[in-house]
Design a protein around this ligand. Structure first.
Ligand code: UGA
Length: 439
């Protein structure tokens, strides 16, 4: 198969590289010259474990290339994927589809007969049909008479585990309208069938809905356990035990029941907001999702109170060391990270905030003004009043707690990811707050 990938953001780049690794011929297009030049040098603009090696391997095998020239890249393609951004539109919370539509209209001038135009970006219900109509209208306008097909192929990969998720997905969802689109997409994903990952064909609208419903459900699951955690604190239950006991019910499942400082990232906040807006537009309100958004926003703020309580209500002039600021480990992504609420609030309360994060500094420096960046956790603990563990990077999971405690002015820890057991913290002399369990 010849595949073109429009957009080398997170999803586009990972998908392009992985499709090449399936054995397809892939060309990735981006309008940014600096991005394309960097990719041609083998440099990737994001931090994703294993992606650089996979990219190099497929470039060397002549299956993967990068260009700014869309016309050249689209020529002879069996499938052209649109994987451009759909950020939250300022003002109304809807997904901004202008990049998707611009890409679709440009394609109308370039695609060959029977090309399948596949939307991989996360888009509201009805967008794929609109893409089809816009391409058709553009073709008419410029007097081209060719047959084309659309497909909706949402992506379910997680940052930090993107390659594994792409190569071994629980399922692949493809919305189609024609047999040809179905055949081409079945061929694109044939290597996964050999690994027993089901490829599920649906209508365009169902595929669009599946993506939003899945992300909203996962966000709900997290938010649910977060509220259960709050109640556990009041009734002296342990949310870790509760989550395990609940998750062992096969109907519920153990994943995404880890209580923490609230979900963040480039997907859950954006997609829950977009789904709530879609519900309002169709007078079919998604009340649970609306509540999830509200509860999660408040949660990030309530984490600040937890830290203040730990410090006897006053952090003014005190050094607070924050371990981890990215929205989760194994990524350099800071989008909607709880740290963006918690760190400025601590700075605002007069704390001297030191930050340690293996990958977060590049993006974080501009987003978190007034903090000191330190490379090493032990150095960062020197003279600190409290540690705030915000992102569960591996290097923060096995700290020598006694060494940390000795370096600090007062050994206090707000472990907002429940990485350490109450026993371990106590043994090292920490006074602590955890999430949903007694310290
Ligand atoms: C999420 C979905 O998990 C992917 O399936 C989906 O493809 C992706 O969004 C997307 O729409 O592109 P991602 O945002 O990379 O992936 O990260 P997750 O691992 O899902 O974590 C999201 C947030 O939830 C993080 O802030 C994480 O710390 C938090 N989380 C997750 C919890 O607080 N508790 C949990 O038990 C799980």
């Amino acid at each position: 198969m010849r595949i073109t990938m429009i957009g080398t953001g997170y999803v586009g780049l990972v998908s392009g590289v992985c499709f090449a690794d399936f054995g397809h011929d892939v060309i990735c297009v981006d309008k940014s010259a600096s991005k394309i030049e960097a990719l041609e040098r083998g440099e990737i603009p994001i931090y994703e474990p294993g992606l650089d090696a996979l990219l190099a391997r497929n470039v060397a095998a002549n299956r993967l290339g990068f260009t700014m020239n869309t016309a050249e890249a689209v020529k002879g393609a069996d499938a052209v994927f649109i994987a451009v951004g759909t950020p939250t539109r300022r003002g109304d919370g809807h997904a901004d589809l202008s990049y998707v539509y611009a890409a679709a209209e440009e394609l109308a001038e370039l695609i060959d007969e029977d090309t399948v135009v596949v939307v991989k970006s996360t888009v509201p219900v009805g967008t794929n049909a609109a893409v089809r109509d816009r391409i058709a209208a553009k073709l008419k306008e410029i007097g081209r008479d060719i047959r084309f097909h659309v497909a909706s192929n949402p992506e379910f990969l997680r940052e930090g585990a993107a390659i594994e998720d792409f190569m071994r997905p629980d399922r692949v969802v493809v919305g189609v309208e024609t047999d040809h689109a179905r055949d081409v997409m079945a061929e694109v994903y044939r290597p996964l069938k050999l690994r027993d990952s089901p490829v599920m064909f649906t209508t365009l609208a169902s595929a669009e809905m599946i993506k939003y419903a899945a992300n909203a459900f996962l966000a709900t699951k997290i938010t649910f356990i977060n509220e259960v955690a709050d109640l556990c604190e009041k009734v002296n239950a342990d949310v870790q035990e509760v989550a395990r006991g609940v998750g062992l019910d096969g109907r519920i499942g153990p994943k995404f029941l880890h209580a923490g400082p609230g979900y963040g990232g480039s997907c859950f906040p954006k997609d829950t907001l977009a789904l709530a807006r879609i519900g309002q537009d169709y007078a079919s309100p998604m009340r649970i999702v609306e509540t999830v958004i509200d509860v999660n926003d408040r949660r990030k703020r309530s984490m600040v109170d937890k830290v203040l309580d730990l410090c006897d209500g006053n952090v003014s002039g005190k050094t607070i060391t924050v371990l981890g600021v990215t929205f989760k480990p194994n990524t350099d992504d800071m989008r909607e990270s709880p740290s963006l609420t918690i760190v400025p609030a601590l700075v605002g309360a007069g704390a001297k905030v030191r930050v340690v994060d293996p990958e977060g500094r590049k993006e974080g420096e501009a987003l978190l003004p007034g903090v000191e960046w330190v490379e090493d956790a032990y150095e960062a603990a020197e003279g600190a009043t409290a540690l705030v563990l915000l992102t569960e990077w591996n290097e923060f999971r096995a700290l020598d707690l006694e060494r940390m405690a000795t370096a600090m002015e007062t050994p206090r820890m707000a472990d907002l990811r429940n990485v350490y057991s109450p026993d371990a913290l106590q043994a090292a002399g920490f006074s602590a707050v955890l999430v949903g369990r007694d310290p």
